[in-house]
Design a protein around this ligand. Structure first.
Ligand code: ADP
Length: 180
């Protein structure tokens, strides 16, 4: 294992604050923010949109090939921001952050984003049923999965600080594993 920088997944229901956290962390830690949804869109790794939910029907093989061709596994230093996390091979990932949000707050955030009807209901159910947290716990070792609240600005500040401390410790712990 020769990665010099950690890879972090930030996941959670739409609207919980993944992009906001990922951008702030990428800036502060000098990591690369990779918005998986953006890659799917830009590179056309999809078969159109699901009519009812409005989300992309993702071609996971193409997406994985694309990620495999980056220096994600060799060098690391990525923040992968996506509403799913079970796709990434365990060997790539050092920390999985599952952001959680109070339902009233999330309802307001999604409504102001224009979500309504089935799309709004499904995402609200998903948050209440902690679908992404369960998915993360099923896909990765328990000790690398952390659940963090993202209701208020103060939550985000605390979360960012905590992850920065974690990244520093990771670098220290992994400093000895140099190639050769
Ligand atoms: P996601 O990427 O998970 O869909 P975003 O980062 O786009 O979520 O955040 C959705 C909205 O909620 C944005 O307007 C953002 O400013 C706001 N938001 C996210 N997290 C927080 C937080 N902890 N406190 C206050 N507002 C937040």
């Amino acid at each position: 294992m020769a990665r010099k920088n950690p890879n972090i997944v930030i996941t959670g229901t739409p609207g919980v604050g993944k992009t906001t956290h990922a951008e702030e962390l990428a800036r502060n830690l000098g990591l690369k923010h990779l918005s998986v949804n953006q890659v799917v869109k830009d590179e056309g790794f999809h078969e159109g949109k699901d009519e009812e939910t409005g989300s992309w029907i993702v071609d996971e093989d193409k997406l994985l090939d694309y990620l495999e061709a980056t220096d994600l596994n060799s060098n690391g230093g990525y923040i992968l921001d996506w509403h799913a996390c079970d796709l990434f091979p365990e060997r790539w990932i050092d920390l999985v952050i599952v952001l959680r949000c109070d339902s009233t707050i999330l309802y307001d955030r999604l409504s102001s984003r224009g979500y309504k009807g089935k799309k709004l209901d499904e995402n609200m159910d998903s948050e209440i049923m902690q679908v992404l947290l369960d998915e993360a716990r099923e896909s990765y070792k328990e000790e690398i999965v952390v659940e963090l609240r993202s209701d208020r600005a103060e939550d985000m500040e605390g979360n960012v600080e905590r992850v920065e401390q974690w990244a520093e410790a990771w670098k220290k712990d992994n400093a000895g594993y140099v190639e050769g």
